[in-house]
Design a protein around this ligand. Structure first.
Ligand SMILES: NC(=O)c1ccc[n+]([C@@H]2O[C@H](COP(=O)([O-])OP(=O)(O)OC[C@H]3O[C@@H](n4cnc5c(N)ncnc54)[C@H](O)[C@@H]3O)[C@@H](O)[C@H]2O)c1
Length: 322
């Protein structure tokens, strides 16, 4: 029986992954942890944790007999650029703290996400291969490349069962995004539903790999259930949901909300987005653990319009807006 600790449980992905893990393993077997308390009551026990506090992390793991850790705490790409040192410290040291617990056999399995931000200008950006030149331009991307190397090292050297996915930009409606370069693809729906124009911080034709939250959560659960003998990647797997540009997303929203207007006012995030791939080759994930996305652009748009709140304050999701 798995006893699961989700670190960063109040985040955009954490709040949905925690609920999915609770329904799969039972609420009593999932402990949610974050530096900030959850905005709304949750289905699992919550513990307050700064993942950089190694003693507290160890105390929680022992007290709750944790077997599996899902480490989601991180500073994301856009936000990270204003605080490079603390971004590196959180993103890399949190992983080291967790991998050390696994090396000491205090936990059996670790999930840690990398990102398409690990790629860079020389990564074959049309369809980034599983094994590419990794030359990210952001501190966030650099921390993800370092994390991937650490995962592979702890697996090869110590046999740590660590599994990872390079998430594309994740679109969901239950919790606000945490300061990434693809956040526009959530805010745009809220503007459309409010009947307001949207000022997009990326250029109209900046195509990026994206994924709808239910696919991202299911991918995580499926990877963690996969036969370890079949997993040939211990750095991080490429997966793709769908790829689209702001213009393509706008066209799809306009099929449902015809008067919706978007203007394009690229800021510093445009440069970050331009250093990322337009798509990724996820054939290794498909071959090793049967990855298959279910949501294309039209299905994502249909579901987001039906469900996204008008804004996070008036319709609070699982955590306070950041
Ligand atoms: N959201 C995306 O589009 C996306 C894409 C690629 C990769 N990822 C990765 O997925 C993971 C989760 O991303 P997210 O979008 O949910 O991020 P988020 O910013 O929404 O959530 C991160 C959570 O971590 C918590 N946290 C921050 N510092 C902490 C600390 N010291 N101790 C404990 N908790 C702390 C925050 O309070 C927050 O609830 C990250 O590793 C991120 O790099 C996300």
């Amino acid at each position: 029986m798995s006893r699961i600790l989700v670190i960063g449980s109040n985040g955009q992905i954490g709040s949905e992954l925690t609920a999915a893990l609770a329904s799969e393993h039972g609420s009593a077997n999932v402990v949610a942890a974050d530096v900030t308390p959850p905005a709304l009551p949750q289905c699992t026990q919550f513990v307050s944790l700064d993942v950089l506090d190694n003693a507290r992390l160890r105390e929680i793991v022992v007290k709750h007999s944790i077997t599996d850790i899902y480490l989601l705490a991180a500073v994301l790409s856009a936000r990270g650029e204003s605080a490079p040192l603390s971004t590196w410290t959180l993103n890399v040291n949190s992983l080291l703290n967790v991998l050390e617990l696994a090396r000491e056999k205090r936990v059996s399995r670790v999930f840690w996400p990398s990102s398409i931000a690990a790629f860079g200008p020389h990564s074959s950006l049309e369809i980034a291969p599983q094994w590419a030149i990794m030359d990210p331009t952001t501190i966030y991307g650099a921390s993800k490349v370092a994390g991937e190397r650490l995962c592979e090292y702890y697996f090869a050297k110590f046999g740590v069962d660590v599994r990872s996915i390079r998430y594309p930009g994740v679109v969901g409606y239950k919790a606000p995004p945490g300061g990434g370069t693809t956040d526009y693809a959530i805010a745009i729906f809220q503007a459309a539903k409010r009947g307001e124009p949207y000022h997009c911080f990326l250029d109209a034709h900046t195509t990026l790999p994206m994924i709808y939250m239910p696919d991202a959560v299911r991918a995580t659960l499926e990877l963690m259930k996969a036969d370890p003998g079949r997993l040939r990647i211990r750095s991080s797997y490429n997966i793709l949901g769908t790829s689209f540009s702001p213009a393509e997303l706008t066209r799809s929203i306009r099929k449902r909300i015809p008067r919706f207007q978007v203007t394009y006012v690229p800021d510093f995030r445009q440069q970050i987005a331009q250093s990322w791939p337009r798509s990724v080759d996820d054939s290794q994930a498909r071959a090793d653990w049967g990855w298959e996305p279910r949501f294309d652009l039209e299905a994502l748009v249909e579901d987001m319009i039906a469900n996204v709140p008008l804004d996070w304050e008036r319709s609070p999701p699982a955590r306070a807006a950041s």
